[in-house]
Design a protein around this ligand. Structure first.
Ligand code: SF4
Length: 79
């Protein structure tokens, strides 16, 4: 995995899509453009998916996709 070096103070960003105009390496507004885009589209930022771990069971990044990931992880734990 490529190491992403943010220049404006989002060292915890785990998003590797540096072609995205909202990626912190492409502006000086930190997480704001990413969060705004995600809220508008009812999506969850990729850093949350990566922090949750596991393997995404769906293709999308919407609220429902995050819920599906968490449900799958809870299923692995027998919850
Ligand atoms: S909210 Fe977006 S920009 Fe901020 S850390 Fe997460 S993925 Fe990166």
């Amino acid at each position: 995995m490529n190491e992403i070096k943010n220049t404006i103070g989002v060292p915890f960003c785990s998003c590797t899509d540096t072609k995205c105009p909202c990626h912190p390496t492409n502006h000086d507004k930190g997480c704001v453009p990413c969060i705004a885009k995600n809220l508008k589209n009812r999506e969850i930022p990729v850093c949350f998916f990566k922090a949750a771990g596991g393997e995404k069971p769906t293709d999308g990044w919407h609220f429902e996709d995050f819920a599906a990931l968490i449900s799958s992880l809870n299923g692995q734990k027998g919850l």
